[in-house]
Design a protein around this ligand. Structure first.
Ligand SMILES: Cc1cc2nc3c(=O)[nH]c(=O)nc-3n(C[C@H](O)[C@H](O)[C@H](O)COP(=O)(O)OP(=O)(O)OC[C@H]3O[C@@H](n4cnc5c(N)ncnc54)[C@H](O)[C@@H]3O)c2cc1C
Length: 376
């Protein structure tokens, strides 16, 4: 394979732009179908949404196409973790219900899903989720859901793909893509097919497409905390009543309207800041928790501290302690679009793939298996 003066291959079958989970999933699928693949990433390692999330592979709470992709992704995650050598926990998810409306939604959701939803009593929830709020009434367990440590997962997949012959151009900013050609700050590469997996930056490459799919940036506030709560590094992901308002899987539950009305009446700030109180445990025993959502084409650079305080207060109530110490705080951004997935060809031979609803860890590995057929 001939190379450019900076060591990039001069021509490949497939260039993937972006080394987040969406780009890596497409690189894997293209490589497995025998294509020569080059991944171009502007940073020297993955630092986007794919390392800033909860690492929650949420299969059960998805609906429609996202559910199908998540089910397929679940199988892929288990295979890939084995090859790439990162820990994958088949730990499931516990949903905590602290209001009768939340319990009602979970009971409706569980109806007819004995294989994927198990209703829990209040004491079972407290024990499995390690939450101390006396208001806990009950909840549900989703055994199919998985967890990974997002800080190591994308780098591990990239390293593994590299050992299998996928080329990576790190610190390479892609300036423009067109049919058959990718222009970067380190020279040009010819490619039969190009996958644009640049998350919210789709609007930098394909502004008209971005407008047509309603693309905005969605910024989430996240905290990592320690405190006097039992360490449970292998424990389930924990969702709460606010999560029921966010995931599409619950959308058809008849009691969802009553739950939304109650939150609007009693806790309007949770709706105003689009809070989805959830947490996952980290390998060191600390807890990462989130999240709030702010939507804009261009995000305000100065989000108020009150968002982090709101999260901390909510988590303190849930965990039953006011002694949580914040160890890290960060923000992550994902693309928000009208539909969960954007899969479109802005030019012949160029496929833009964006997960537009904050479920990329759950779905990308399944989605790529479908979309790659359009690329090759
Ligand atoms: C705080 C937070 C929590 C979340 N929690 C979950 C969760 O628990 N479960 C779940 O399923 N989903 C979750 N999500 C959503 C999930 O993280 C995203 O859907 C997913 O990571 C998107 O993957 P991506 O590859 O598109 O984006 P990214 O990981 O952001 O990757 C895009 C890459 O493209 C690169 N790039 C952009 N422009 C260029 C260019 N010009 N040249 C070269 N490279 C470029 C960027 O540098 C970046 O590395 C969460 C998201 C956030 C922000």
């Amino acid at each position: 394979m001939s190379e450019t003066s900076v060591g990039l291959p001069a021509a490949v079958d497939v260039v993937v732009v972006g080394a987040g989970i969406v780009g890596l999933s497409h690189a894997l699928e293209a490589h497995e179908r025998g294509a020569s693949v080059l991944v171009l990433e502007r940073d020297d390692r993955p630092v986007g949404a794919s390392v800033r999330n909860f690492g929650h592979i949420s299969v059960t709470a998805q609906a429609g196409d996202a559910r199908r992709a998540a089910e397929r992704a679940r199988t892929r995650w288990i295979e890939v973790a084995g090859h790439a050598g990162f820990d994958l926990l088949e730990c499931g998810t516990v949903v905590v219900a602290r209001a009768v409306e939340e319990l009602a939604v979970l009971e409706e959701f569980a109806d007819g899903r004995a294989d994927s939803v198990e209703l829990l009593s209040g004491s079972e929830v407290r024990c499995r989720a390690g939450v101390g709020d006396p208001a806990v009434l009950g909840g549900a367990f989703f055994p199919l859901d998985l967890r990974v440590d997002p800080r190591v997962t994308a780098p591990s997949i990239a390293s593994w793909l590299e050992t299998r012959g996928v080329r990576f151009g790190w610190s390479t900013n892609v300036l423009a893509v067109d049919s058959g050609m990718v222009r970067t700050n380190r020279g040009a590469v010819e490619a039969h097919s190009i996958v644009l997996a640049v998350n919210h930056d789709l609007d930098r490459f394909a502004p008209e497409l971005a407008v047509s799919v309603g693309l905005r940036r969605c910024e989430l506030e996240m905290l990592r905390v320690t405190g006097p709560v039992p360490a449970n590094p292998d424990g389930p992901a924990v969702l709460t009543g606010s999560s029921l308002l966010r995931y599409d899987g619950f959308a058809s539950c008849p009691s969802l309207g009553a739950l939304r009305d109650r939150v609007r009446r009693e806790r309007p700030e949770l709706l105003e800041h689009v809070v989805n109180l959830m947490l996952t445990h980290r390998p060191d025993g600390s807890i990462q928790l989130g999240d709030t959502h702010v939507y804009a084409a261009t995000l305000d650079p100065f989000p108020p501290e009150s968002l982090a305080e709101l999260l901390l207060d909510e988590a303190s109530t849930l965990l039953g302690t006011d002694e949580l110490a914040v160890q890290e705080r960060w923000r992550g951004v994902y693309a928000s679009t009208d539909e969960p997935f954007v899969v479109a060809a802005p030019a012949p031979g160029v496929l833009a793939v964006t997960v537009g609803s904050g479920i990329g860890m759950s779905t990308a590995l399944g989605l790529a298996a479908e979309t790659i057929e359009r690329v090759l």
